[in-house]
Design a protein. Structure first.
Length: 472
C-alpha cells in the first residue's frame, strides 16, 4: 500500500481517509497517496495561519535568518532523497532533479541574508513649505497570510521562491502544491518545522481546483503568489478580489540568432533550452529566429546536438529526456502537432511519442498562428524560422501574448542594444538562452506572462507593505 502523505494544519500532520493518487508519469504506477482536505481543513488552516502570523511578525530579523539558514542545511542533507522523489513524481530526469534541490539550498541561503536587509528610508519633509519641523521615514512590514500555489514542474524550487521570502519578511503561509510534486512539498514543510519555524506559520493543503478556489476566495488571505497558466491566474484574481498578487505565468520564449553569432555554441545551448525537463518549463525555448544566411547550417548543428540526448527512465542518472506529466497533456500535444503538420509545418526531427515520452521535436516552416508557436506548448517542441533583418526578428518575438524572457545570440553590439530596447519581455539575455534563471535575479514577465517579480529580494518587496511614520 503506498504511503498516505498527510496535510499539515495548525502544527499537526493530519492523515485523511479520502486521498488523491500520485502517479509516476513514466510507468503509471502509484507512488503515493495524498490526503484530501475538506472545507473544515481549509478553514482551520487559515485560522492557524492567523495565529502563525502573530508569531512571525514578532520574530526578530536574526531569528528569521536562523530559521532560513537552518532550513537550507536540512534540505541539503535530504537533497538526494528529495531529488529521487521529484523524478518519481513528475518524471524529471534525475540529473536535473539534483540540480533543482541544490538550487533550493542556495535559495534559502539567499533568503536568510535578505531577512537581515529589510529596511526603510527617511523622507525629507522640509521640501514642502509648512512641513519644516517634521521628521519622517517609512518601514517595510509583513503583509499577513500569503497563499503559495505552485505547479508540478519544479516541485521544490518554485515553492521555495514563494515560501522563503514570505518567511524572510515575517509572513505566514498557506501552501497548496500541485498534486504531482506533493511528496517534495512534504519534505519542504518538514524541513521548515525542523528548522524552528513556528508551526502555525506554515500550513500544507494538497488539492485540486476546488481546494484552490476555497483558499483564494478567503478574505483573510492578504496575498496570492501563483505560478501557472494565464487562464488559471485570471480565475484566481476574479475570485480572490482585493488582494496583492504575484503571478508567474506562461510563455512561448524566443531566441534570436543573428549572422554574427557563434552558431555551434548557440545550437548547443538551444538544445538545453528547448528540451530541458521535456520542455515543461515556463521559460522553455519554443521559438528560434535565425538569420537566413545561417539558417540551414544552424538547423544541421541543432539536429546533430539534439540527437545526443538520451531518452528513458528519469531515475537513470544518464537520462536527459523523461515523460510528459500526464495523459491529458499528451493528448493535447498530439493534437497540436497534428494540426501544425496539416497546416504545413515540416518535422525536422521527432514529432512522435515513445510511451509517455515525447521525442525531442524540431519544426520548420512554421507560421505564427500555429498553436505550437503562438501558445505555450509545454513539451519538447521548438520551431526554427528565418529572418532577414534584426528589426524583423524582434517583431517576430514581440508578436506574442506572452513576454517572460528572450535570448539573443549576437556579436554585433548595435543589434544587442536594439534587442534590449525593443523586445517586450521581462528579461533579455544576450548570448544566452531564455531558459536561464538565477534564483536571485528579478524574474517575471509582461503581458500574459505575469504580474510582479520573483527572486528573493524582489519577492520580498512584493510581500511587504510600506508604513509611513512622521514625528512633529
Amino acid at each position: 500500500m503506498p504511503k498516505n502523505y498527510p496535510l499539515f494544519i495548525n502544527g499537526e500532520w493530519i492523515e485523511k481517509q479520502e486521498t488523491y493518487d500520485l502517479i509516476n508519469p513514466f510507468n503509471n504506477e502509484v507512488v503515493g497517496l495524498l490526503s484530501k482536505p475538506d472545507k473544515t481543513d481549509i478553514d482551520e488552516a487559515v485560522s492557524s495561519a492567523e495565529k502563525g502570523f502573530l508569531k512571525m511578525k514578532n520574530l526578530h530579523a536574526y531569528e528569521r535568518y536562523e530559521i532560513l539558514e537552518k532550513t537550507g542545511k536540512i534540505l541539503e542533507r535530504e537533497s538526494k532523497e528529495i531529488a529521487r522523489f521529484i523524478s518519481l513524481e513528475v518524471g524529471k530526469a534525475l540529473k536535473y532533479s539534483l540540480i533543482e534541490t541544490q538550487r533550493v539550498v542556495n535559495l534559502f541561503k539567499f533568503a536568510a541574508e535578505e531577512a537581515k536587509r529589510i529596511h526603510g528610508e527617511t523622507v525629507p519633509m522640509d521640501i514642502v513649505k509648512g512641513f519644516e519641523n517634521k521628521i519622517a521615514f517609512y518601514v517595510r512590514i509583513p503583509i499577513g497570510i500569503i497563499a503559495a500555489i505552485t505547479p508540478f514542474n519544479f516541485p521544490v524550487n518554485l515553492p521555495a521562491h514563494k515560501i522563503a521570502p514570505a518567511i524572510a519578511a515575517g509572513n505566514s503561509i498557506i501552501f497548496k502544491p500541485s498534486v504531482n510534486g506533493s511528496i517534495a512539498a512534504h519534505y519542504l514543510v518538514s524541513a521548515l518545522i525542523e528548522a524552528g519555524l513556528p508551526k502555525e506559520a506554515i500550513n500544507l493543503l494538497y488539492g485540486d481546483k476546488d481546494t484552490g478556489e476555497a483558499i483564494v476566495s478567503n478574505e483573510k488571505i492578504r496575498m496570492i503568489s501563483f505560478t501557472g497558466s494565464p487562464k488559471a491566474a485570471k480565475e484566481i484574481m476574479s475570485k480572490g478580489g482585493l488582494k496583492k498578487y504575484t503571478m508567474e505565468l506562461g510563455s512561448n520564449s524566443a531566441l534570436i540568432i543573428d549572422k554574427s553569432a557563434n552558431i555551434i555554441e548557440a545550437a548547443r545551448k538551444a538544445v538545453i533550452g528547448s528540451f530541458y525537463n521535456s520542455g515543461q518549463v515556463c521559460i522553455s525555448l519554443q521559438r528560434i529566429y535565425v538569420h537566413k544566411n545561417i539558417e540551414k547550417e544552424f538547423i544541421e548543428h541543432f539536429i546533430k546536438e539534439t540527437k545526443k540526448l538520451k531518452i528513458g527512465d528519469p531515475a537513470d542518472e544518464n537520462t536527459d529526456i523523461g515523460p510528459i506529466i500526464n495523459s491529458e497533456a499528451k493528448q493535447r500535444i498530439v493534437q497540436w502537432v497534428d494540426e501544425a503538420v496539416k497546416e504545413g509545418a515540416r518535422v525536422e526531427l521527432g514529432g512522435d511519442f515513445n510511451g509517455n515520452i515525447m521525442n525531442p521535436t524540431i519544426f520548420s516552416n512554421v507560421n505564427p498562428k500555429m498553436k505550437i508557436s503562438c501558445l505555450e506548448v509545454f513539451a519538447p517542441i521548438v520551431s526554427v524560422v528565418g529572418f532577414n533583418e534584426i528589426t524583423e526578428a524582434v517583431h517576430f518575438v514581440n508578436d506574442s501574448i506572452y513576454g517572460l524572457q528572450a535570448g539573443v545570440y549576437t556579436n554585433d553590439i548595435k543589434n544587442a542594444l536594439y534587442c534590449v530596447k525593443h523586445i517586450d519581455v521581462g528579461g533579455v539575455l544576450i548570448n544566452d538562452i531564455p531558459t536561464t534563471r538565477a534564483d536571485h535575479q528579478p524574474y517575471g514577465g509582461v503581458k500574459e506572462s505575469g504580474l510582479g517579480r520573483e527572486g528573493v529580494k524582489y519577492a520580498l518587496e512584493e510581500m511587504t507593505d510600506l508604513k509611513f511614520i512622521s514625528f512633529s
